[in-house]
Design a protein around this ligand. Structure first.
Ligand code: NAD
Length: 289
């Protein structure tokens, strides 16, 4: 039976480390690191995410600046807000909650963020820095996955990694991170042929697909380490719902050496890494080592 990778506990200790770092930063810089979160519209899931980011920021001793704009906000108005946040010395990190309403060009808005404040790691500049091996901000979810893998496996060099999913926010940056760790990386996606056979070659499997319990235990190599990024809400009978990942947890536990659960695996790491990135941004801006 595999071990369960406790992302919740790891995230709690990372948040505690960040809070300690925030205290040390304040003693030198005379201020707290600041994160600005911009929410446009009333998407309920986005509102929940923004609220939990705000609470986590405050708990870590950071300043949280929330900007809630109505769904009909003009693109130019949002871009003007980003400009003001770029220039604001109290703001170290800027996060624009996605998705944005359809009349707003997401790429244009993300690209307007100063790369030095891009704590979500979504700008082309940040993606380019990661791909070319330069210092920059790494998207929070793949960064959290990497931390869990290194904590569990130590040196990842030479390991075979299969990432299922090629999105810009999870799959591709995950591939770049694992390449940086000298893994042999395969990116699988919706057009991959014989996915189970591809997955069976992997020491490390990262599933970021958005399909409930798609990856089965008999797809896995014995002893593989499995990181399940998927968050899928499915029916649980009697009108109730529950969250499941992209991996069939029960069968994966029979074959793998370690598996992240959903919930309680990768999810809590995302916000913890956002706090981590915001502290890093503040330290870089104040030139504190
Ligand atoms: P996305 O929809 O942008 O990308 C999904 C990817 O899966 C695509 O690249 C596609 O090619 C691939 N795919 C689709 N069907 C496939 C199939 N049958 N076989 C193989 N590959 C297939 O999704 P995303 O934004 O990368 O998110 C993926 C999942 O991770 C979702 O469930 C999302 O909710 C979750 N997620 C979780 C966190 C977190 O904090 N834990 C953060 C981001 C995303």
């Amino acid at each position: 039976m595999a071990e369960i990778i406790d992302g919740k506990a790891f995230a709690a200790s990372l948040r505690a480390d960040v809070a300690t770092g925030v205290g040390a930063f304040g003693a030198t810089a005379g201020r707290a690191p600041g994160l600005a979160v911009v929410l446009v519209g009333e998407d309920p899931a986005s509102a929940v995410y923004v609220r939990s980011k705000h609470k986590a920021c405050v708990a870590a001793g950071m300043e949280s600046f929330e900007h809630r704009l109505p769904a009909n906000t003009a693109e130019a108005e949002l871009l003007a807000l980003i400009d003001r946040l770029n220039a604001d010395p109290a703001v170290d990190g800027i996060l624009v909650q996605l998705p944005l309403p359809k009349h707003i060009d997401e790429l244009k808005v993300i690209e307007a963020i100063d790369p030095d404040k891009d704590v979500d790691g979504f700008t082309i500049g940040s993606a380019g820095r990661l791909a070319t091996g330069q210092d920059g901000f790494v998207a929070c979810t793949p960064l959290g996955c990497l931390m869990l893998l290194k904590d569990r496996l130590g040196d990842l060099s030479g390991k075979s990694a299969v990432i299922i999913g090629r999105s810009n926010i999870v799959g591709k940056p995950m591939a770049m991170l694992l390449l940086r760790e000298s893994c042999t990386v395969t990116i699988a996606h919706s057009r991959t042929q014989d996915l189970p056979a591809v997955v069976r070659g992997a020491d490390i499997v990262v599933a970021a697909v958005g399909r409930p319990e798609m990856v089965k235990g008999d797809w896995l190599k014995a002893g593989a380490t499995v990181i399940d990024v998927g968050i899928n809400r499915v029916a649980a009978g009697e009108g109730k719902t529950k969250l499941v990942g992209d991996v069939d947890f029960a069968s994966a536990m029979e074959v793998a050496s370690a598996v992240t659960p959903v919930p309680g695996g990768v999810g809590p790491m995302t916000i913890a890494c956002l706090l981590h990135n915001t502290l890093q941004a503040a330290k870089r801006r104040e030139k504190i080592a």
